[in-house]
Ligand binder design. Structure first.
Ligand SMILES: [Zn+2]
Ligand SMILES: [Zn+2]
Length: 339
């Protein structure tokens, strides 16, 4: 029986002290196991407000660069805790901003109200845009699971060109969950990893995704708005964020001076903070992945500006996996490791 099988067989949900026993079996030294114990405790506290399906466990994992190491695995339902998702698409060009979500273009957050839908041809300088019926003002949107499936995919079904794409949380199968497998000890922040498995996970258990595939979306004359919290639904991971907005204001305070609450954990294990410092100033000397070393010498990220369509555009260390099957092994070098 491999260690991973052993961990699965004993899927403890109890206090952190049990994890230390598991960690001893997994890692070579007592000091390392204390680190694992502390890390799991921190992870559990960080996600205290999320809908956790199963508490963090230690699993073996193969990271994106091929390193085999110990990760924590934690599973959430696809429902966000707290905020109710939506709305996304306004129903008529007369509708105001409260009837729709937001769209991100060239670093700017635009309200998707009726007027925005009406002027898309002008906005994109292309007269093929026509998301509404010019006589009634009704907005064409994907109103069924089937329409969502056909329109919210890279090769949009031509039948749904010129539609506002919205998938509803209730389209997800009952009991859907997403599992995050993230290194216990982030590697040195000396690489550039793509956000193929997402940027990370927020304190409320919602996926912080990589950039939305805007070119594919716009190329089919569709928009797939985000709600005012920067999130929308796809059928693989449910509700997920492409922008960090004022909704993510209630994260746990972290022990990094002047950084305010921590909003998430990146897929390489490093913390993610808000775009701006607690005093509203821009963080100093960010690298190309929006990260830097704090005063205490530890590395962390700052989420991109809401309009940038990049919560994180890249990651500086090897990343773990997001999985639909909580018991699947994490091999982040696989061509398609997860949703
Ligand atoms: Zn998305
Ligand atoms: Zn910082």
């Amino acid at each position: 029986m491999s260690k991973v099988q052993m961990f699965r067989r004993f899927r403890f949900r109890g206090p952190a002290k049990y994890f230390a026993v598991l960690a001893l079996a997994c890692l070579p030294s007592g000091a390392a196991s204390q680190n694992v114990d502390a890390r799991l405790e921190t992870v559990m506290q960080f996600f205290a407000g999320a809908t956790v399906v199963s508490s963090p466990t230690v699993v073996e994992c193969k990271l994106s660069g091929g390193t085999e190491t110990a990760c924590f695995s934690i599973t959430f339902t696809d429902d966000p805790e707290g905020d109710t998702p939506g709305p996304w698409c306004p129903r008529n060009v007369d509708d105001g901003a409260d009837a729709g979500g937001i769209w991100l273009q060239d670093g700017v957050v635009h309200d998707v109200d009726g007027a925005f839908i009406e002027r898309l041809a002008e906005f994109y300088g292309d007269t093929n845009w026509q998301l509404h019926d010019p006589e009634t003002g009704a907005v064409r949107f994907t109103g069924t699971l089937e329409a969502c499936e056909a329109a919210a995919r890279p090769n949009v079904d031509p039948a749904y060109q010129n539609h506002c794409v919205e998938c509803l949380p209730e389209y997800m199968p009952d009991g859907a969950s997403v599992t995050y497998v993230i290194p216990i000890d982030p590697g040195e922040p000396d690489q550039l990893s793509p956000t193929r498995t997402g940027s990370g996970v927020a304190y409320n258990g919602v996926r912080l995704d990589g950039p939305a595939p805007v070119d594919a979306i716009l190329g089919a004359y569709t928009i797939a708005p985000f709600d005012d919290c920067g999130g929308h639904v796809n059928l693989h991971v449910g509700y997920h964020y492409h922008a960090v907005t004022e909704c993510l204001n209630n994260g746990p305070e972290a022990d990094v001076p002047e950084h305010g609450p921590q909003i998430g954990i990146a897929m390489d294990g490093y913390p993610i903070f808000k775009h701006l410092m607690a005093d509203g100033l821009v963080p100093a000397e960010l690298d190309q992945c929006n990260g830097h070393l704090g005063e205490d010498g530890t590395y962390h990220y700052h989420a991109g500006a809401a309009g940038s369509n990049a919560i994180l555009g890249c990651l500086r260390a090897e990343t773990g996996c997001t999985l639909n099957d909580p018991d699947a092994p994490c091999d982040a070098t696989a061509r398609r490791p997860g949703p």
